[in-house]
Design a binder for this molecule. Structure first.
Ligand SMILES: [Zn+2]
Length: 414
């Protein structure tokens, strides 16, 4: 039996043993959700639990973030970090469970409570194996992942600016996202783009106001805007089916009163794309289409891409390979799912992954219980208990394998 297999068995066993505790932690976080940069209670509990495990903690990293640093007992070596987001959504929880949110209008409907709980569970497993680790494991509890306004920096950026990646400097960052698209107990992973990029697009169409009794004096901005809505969807229908892309106009505002032709319409949209080349190519193509329609009716426009750009989340192949083998060896073939397509979602994980190598992988959360089959961000979203042993084990298995395979650092490395 190889050393990896042996330690793998110990980890899976230990993960099973702490998973009930992780579930209790998750229920506690679920009951007390907090919005971006207000995660004081959550961060406090994370820091306290880490300290109880004998893991030194830095609090207030990037405002409300927490960094725990576990140094292995077998001497210095590579440094691996895991990140879990702490913030909840400004939505009403309708899960109906005993641990339903006690915070009106705030709810953990994206699984972040589970991310935090499973990372603490893994910290417990790894702290128990400290003497067998050569290298360092850092635990990042990240604030403000959800919907940061364009003029504000998100929690990941705030933590990076506050030196989370330094002292000791991190070689790779890993993060997991819970999703009901896969069965609880499974882990889905792919190299390359995992979450698409995402951008908010803003369009203003300007026509000319006139009384509706004299339409020839006006330029109807609502009519022109509706042509643009239809035409941009037509453009999407002509994309390469192997590329994941979407543009949806999600707000539309214009007009003043029922007997006046509207002079101005403002639209906002969500633009998502699986490949950076689409991000470079499409704005020009969309601009051309919008201009063509506006010109035809004598309207003018302003089109802004990059209102809130979120680049794609990209996992690096060598590190993906480590997660794959960690899951295969530790949890078996049935636990591993090879993700085919990126998801058209966005996540601040890109901030970490563009600075170091690393992986963003998915953890399945659905069981036969219908309560666990609602999609993320649904008011009834809930997580199957069977999720936790696999979620905890995957983190600890990956950490131990990464430290082992990367080996001791040479002095030329920082
Ligand atoms: Zn999320």
């Amino acid at each position: 039996m190889s050393q990896n297999t042996q330690i793998g068995k110990t980890i899976v066993e230990a993960a099973r043993n702490v998973s009930l505790w992780a579930q209790e932690l998750r229920e506690d976080f679920h009951r007390h959700p907090e919005l971006r940069f207000e995660e004081h209670r959550t961060a406090g509990r994370c820091a306290t639990e880490l300290e109880k495990l004998g893991i030194p903690v830095r609090r207030g990293v990037g405002r409300t973030g927490v960094v725990g640093t576990l140094e292995g007992g077998r001497g210095p070596g590579p440094v691996i970090a895991f990140r879990a987001e702490m913030d909840a959504l400004a939505m009403q929880d309708m899960c109906g469970a005993a641990y339903q949110s006690e915070n009106d209008g705030v709810a953990h409907l994206c699984g972040h409570d589970g991310h935090v709980a499973s990372l603490l569970g893994a910290a417990a497993v790894l702290a128990g194996l400290r003497d067998q680790l050569a290298g360092t494991v850092k635990f990042f509890f990240e604030p403000s992942e959800e919907a940061t306004p364009p003029d504000e920096i998100c929690g990941a950026e705030a933590m990076i600016e506050d030196d989370a990646l330094d002292n000791p400097s991190v070689d790779a960052v890993f993060g997991a996202h819970f999703f009901p698209d896969w069965k609880a107990g499974t882990v889905a992973v792919k190299p390359g783009v995992v979450f698409s990029g995402n951008d908010v697009v803003r369009l203003i169409v300007r026509g000319r106001e006139s009384h509706s009794a004299v339409p020839h004096d006006g330029i109807d901005a609502i009519y022109v805007a509706s042509q643009i809505v239809t035409a941009t969807q037509g453009l999407m229908a002509h994309m390469d089916i192997n590329e994941a892309i979407s543009l949806h106009w999600t707000t539309i505002n214009g007009g003043r009163i029922s007997n006046l032709i509207a002079s101005e319409v403002t639209l906002e949209g969500s633009f998502r794309f699986s490949d950076i080349s689409l991000r470079e190519r499409m704005p020009g193509q969309i601009e051309q289409l919008v201009k063509g329609i506006c010109d035809a009716f004598g309207a003018t426009h302003e089109l802004d891409f990059g209102v809130r750009p979120m680049p794609a989340v990209v996992s690096s192949a060598p590190e993906v390979d480590i997660v794959r083998r960690a899951v295969l060896d530790g949890l078996g073939e049935s636990a591993l799912v090879d993700m085919k397509q990126p998801r058209l979602a966005a996540d601040t994980m890109f901030h970490w992954l563009r600075r170091t190598g690393g992986v963003f992988y998915m953890v399945g959360t659905a069981s036969d219980d219908p309560a666990t089959q609602y999609p993320s961000h649904h008011q009834k979203f809930d997580i199957a208990p069977e999720t936790f042993p696999a979620a905890v084990a995957t983190i600890a298995l990956t950490a131990s394998r990464f430290l082992d395979e990367r080996g001791p650092r040479s002095t030329s490395q920082k």
